[in-house]
Ligand binder design. Structure first.
Ligand code: HEM
Length: 212
């Protein structure tokens, strides 16, 4: 027990530092003048893709536990989810500040006007209630079932994020499609585990009714 707690206290800061690696790398590229001639695009794309990766990492934790029985990553699910929001906030700030130069009337017009921005905005907004209710206090307040139902919004956010990416890349959609396939697999595993007890129950009922 003490050994497990010790491991947790070592692993937690290490995972936290690993989650900061993408932003550290972007800062490094910035300070060493290694961005392309369009640094705003580099920063928007860099933060965008890491938001999506953290959504995928967060979504992968439960299926990994279900399939392998490995419990430890579950402890990091809140952290990776909050990092998804952190990179999403950086991505959004890059858009409103560096891309749109804080032109608020322009931003308000742009979000509903360009479908890929509308999708990104939807994905981002859906992450906010999840982050706000990610504490134990909120699990208690909402009750396990309602909390779980609310936290399924992460799938809608993931789907909207993939559509945002597909619509953003006009020519080669290979990368966004890869993320889409990964999301479909993760969702499929969840649905399979959710339906399995019902399927095996109905199988039992059928075989019981055919018993002589
Ligand atoms: C969950 C939320 C979001 C995710 C996961 C996400 C993800 C992404 C990804 C993966 C890219 C493309 C990266 C690449 O081509 O390498 C991207 C680009 C972009 N995103 Fe998002 N995004 C999100 C929210 C938003 C929001 C809220 C906005 C603005 C309202 C936005 C605006 C943009 C823009 C303008 C680009 C294109 C950058 C350029 O090519 O200059 N995104 N995003």
């Amino acid at each position: 027990m003490a050994n497990r707690r010790w491991k947790w206290w070592v692993a937690k800061p290490l995972v936290f530092l690993a989650c900061l690696a993408p932003i550290s790398y972007l800062l490094y590229l910035g300070f060493t003048a290694q961005f392309s001639p369009n640094p705003v695009e580099d920063i928007t794309n860099g933060t965008g893709v890491w938001t999506l990766r953290f959504i995928m990492i967060t979504l992968a934790i439960t299926p990994i536990r279900r399939i392998t029985g490995w419990q430890s990553p579950v402890r990091f699910r809140r952290m990776t989810g909050l990092f998804a929001l952190f990179y999403g906030i950086l991505h959004f700030i890059t858009y409103i500040w560096l891309d749109q130069a804080l032109d608020w009337p322009g931003i308000v017009k742009d979000i509903p006007k360009r479908p890929f921005i509308t999708m990104g905005f939807t994905a981002f907004v859906l992450m906010i209630p999840l982050a706000l209710t990610s504490t134990k206090k909120w699990i208690g307040r909402l009750g396990g079932k309602r909390w779980q139902l609310l936290h399924r919004l992460i799938y809608i956010s993931g789907i909207a994020a993939v559509i945002h990416y597909v619509w953003k890349v006009k020519l080669d959609a290979t990368n966004p499609i890869r993320y889409g396939l990964l999301l479909a697999v993760l969702l499929g595993i969840r649905v399979w585990f959710a339906l399995r007890p019902r399927l095996s129950h109905s199988k039992d009922v059928v075989s019981a009714s055919f018993r002589p």
